[in-house]
Design a protein around this ligand. Structure first.
Ligand code: PHB
Length: 405
């Protein structure tokens, strides 16, 4: 982008780009990477530092299509080297484990490759390619969204104020960012669902307890056993959203986890717990995903509970479709492709909303659950794992649906 000198120290540095992106997480960075490959300039800003984003533990499952996007677009070949291929998951309930064999059922796999690594690969790729990405900015605002040249304002990490004019502004600023609220109330519909539980997430220094992920239903509540490396493991257990991490010693955490998975015949390898946090969640969609020359991507437009591992995959799918439609929009100087993007993206989003809701409610025990409710869940899980059609339905959703048109 070309800078023009500012006349007074109080006026911002003015510049011009094609696409201004608010948020430099996976959705924003993937988008700016794909745009650059199509010869379209962008500027991406984030209020968080790179270090902050890279060191906040997030989920870790990539659909095959997400892996292909990262590899084929030249972001990362590390994903193939360091990612661990998973050909199935274990659903544990009613005293035992039942493997869902993705390869046998739908000929697909997932890759365990943490979101923090996806982010680092994307940030490295933007740096390598000379992309304009500013971390640690503040006072982010977007303006004049109904004009032909909307503006992104921010103060960079050095304290310099900027006003960047663009053809289009992308809100990829997550579920707490300001962009989604820039769509006037009369022009948007919000769909939301809260859940009466959260996840207590830990990182532990221990060897893997199982070769694949274990999704464990138990009358004491849900637990998920995931992995990171040969020496670091990621695990979660359902908790009250108001739970205080300070009340949970390593011993108490291990006892709780062991009881939940022990009910289904599993035993965990323990070790020092190096990170612990409570992760509240909800389901949310804002429609449409565009307004004037603003368009939303990733968590800024939709969030899902983590049970189906869909959040990151949806963000990457948004970026892929949005890059295609923004290329059309820039070429024709038209906003019509933004509506096309919104429609295409929302078809996938609502499938993922259902899948995440279904996985979540099937596996978690609500605080007011009756013995009937728990037995009914066990009945559902037995029906699912006992049926090839049911198992294939889960495998298809978990490994990802085909590309939308
Ligand atoms: C994780 O490894 O962090 C993880 C895996 C699967 C999920 C959610 C999180 O469904």
């Amino acid at each position: 982008m070309a800078f023009s000198p500012s006349s007074a120290s109080s006026s911002p540095v003015r510049s011009r780009t094609r696409i201004a992106v608010v948020g430099a997480g996976p959705a924003g960075l993937m988008l700016s990477h794909l745009l650059a490959r199509a010869g379209i300039d962008s500027v991406a800003v984030d209020v968080r530092t790179r270090h902050e984003i890279e060191h906040t533990p997030r989920a870790g499952i990539l659909e095959q299509r997400s892996v292909d996007l990262l590899a084929d677009s030249g972001v990362s070949d590390r994903v193939h080297r360091d990612g661990a291929r998973h050909d199935g998951i274990v659903l544990a309930f009613g005293g035992g484990g039942h493997r869902i064999d993705f390869q046998a059922l739908v000929g697909a796999s997932t890759l365990l490759y943490p979101q923090t690594d996806v982010f680092a690969d994307l940030a490295d790729a933007r740096e390598r390619d000379g992309g304009d990405v500013r971390f640690g900015v503040r006072d982010v605002a977007v303006d004049e969204l109904l004009s032909d040249t909307p503006v992104l304002r921010f103060t960079d990490a050095d304290g310099t104020r900027h006003a960047v004019r663009a053809d289009f502004v992308v809100g990829a600023d997550g579920s707490r960012g300001p962009c989604r609220s820039q769509v006037p109330e009369a022009r948007r519909t919000r769909f939301a669902r809260a859940y009466p539980y959260a996840w207590f997430g830990i990182l532990a220094e221990a060897p893997p307890s199982a070769p694949e992920l274990i999704y464990s239903h138990s009358p004491r509540g849900f637990a998920l056993i995931s992995q990171r490396t040969d020496t670091v493991q990621r695990m979660y257990f359902q908790c009250d959203p108001a739970e205080n991490v300070a009340d949970w010693s390593d011993d108490r955490i291990w006892t709780e986890l062991q009881e939940r998975v022990g009910a289904n015949g599993h035993r965990l390898k323990e070790g020092p717990i190096t990170a612990r946090s409570v992760l509240p969640f909800r389901s949310f969609v804002q429609e449409p995903m565009h307004h004037g020359r603003l368009v939303l991507a990733g968590d800024a437009a939709h969030t899902v509970p983590p049970t189906g591992a869909k959040g990151l995959n949806l963000a990457l799918a948004d970026a892929r479709v949005l890059a295609e439609e923004l290329e059309r929009a820039v070429t024709h100087g038209s906003t019509a492709p933004l509506a096309a993007y919104s429609e295409r993206a929302l078809r996938r989003v609502w499938r993922a909303q259902h899948f995440s809701y279904w996985m979540t409610t099937m596996l978690h025990t609500p605080p007011d659950a009756t013995p009937f409710d728990v037995r009914r869940q066990e009945g559902e899980l037995a029906a699912l794992t006992g049926s090839a059609a049911g198992s294939a339905y889960l495998a298809e959703g978990y490994t990802g649906w085909p590309r939308e048109r």
